[in-house]
Design a protein around this ligand. Structure first.
Ligand code: DX5
Ligand code: ZN
Length: 221
């Protein structure tokens, strides 16, 4: 069942000195999810923000908080992110040896369960767990930084997941993250993605441009 294309602006590209206004602006501009990139300087070579920042933004919008954890270990921090208002918690398959335990912990906290894969990780590793997932995130850059170039050859992995998800008949988001722009949004949609994370391309040009930026990516042109 085809779902509408949803846009998830990553606030990593927002003006951090005005985060509350930036979140309100993307809400009004038509964002579907608010994508929150958590980086620990260990799993990825960059540090961003943690649960207290997310909690402080929670009353700025009713949009879905889509929390992307680029941290290891994952499990000790899950409760803090659920308490901060995360509705989807996505962790990396590469972050630890016990993915299924992490998935159960996220579910027990009442959140939707997402799994992210680095570019080098094949889609097949998700097969044994797919029935218990609500979201699969295909990294189309190496995680850690905004503003990198889209890795075109990830199309094959996106298409593979499209097929795997459709075979389950379950309502699983297929999200792509990294280097999404007016040029690459259409490629990701064509391959089968239905949620596009976009940092740089959403926030380019300042608040007056956000609605047009989001609409253009959603249209895939
Ligand atoms: C990368 C993050 C992305 C990033 C996307 O590690 O997971 O969400 O912010 O940024 P752009 O859209 O600028 O590539
Ligand atoms: Zn992300």
């Amino acid at each position: 069942m085809a779902k509408p294309i949803r846009i998830a602006p990553s606030i990593l590209a927002a003006d951090f000195s005005r985060l509350a206004e930036e979140v309100q602006a993307i809400d009004e501009a038509g964002a579907d999810y608010v994508h929150l990139d958590v980086m620990d300087g260990h799993f990825v070579p960059n540090i961003s923000f943690g649960p207290s920042v997310i909690k402080s933004l929670r009353n700025c919008t009713d949009k879905v908080f889509d929390v992307h954890l680029m941290i290891a270990p994952v499990d000790p921090y899950l409760e803090a992110f659920a308490d901060a208002g995360a509705q989807i918690i996505t962790f990396h398959w590469e972050a630890g040896a016990h993915s299924h335990r992490t998935m159960q912990a996220i579910r027990a906290l009442g959140c939707k369960v997402g799994m992210a894969l680095n570019p080098a990780t094949p889609a097949e590793v998700v097969a044994p767990l797919i029935e218990d997932l609500d979201l699969i995130l295909v990294m189309t850059v190496n995680p850690g930084f905004g503003g990198q170039s889209y890795i075109v050859r990830m199309a094959e992995k996106i298409a593979k997941f499209r097929q795997m998800i459709d075979e389950t008949g379950r309502d699983i988001d297929l999200e792509v993250d990294g280097g999404i722009s007016f040029d690459t949004a259409g490629k990701a949609i064509e391959a089968g993605a239905d949620v596009l994370v976009a940092g740089t391309a959403t926030f380019r040009g300042g608040p007056a441009q956000y609605a047009a930026n989001i609409a253009r990516m959603r249209a895939g042109d």
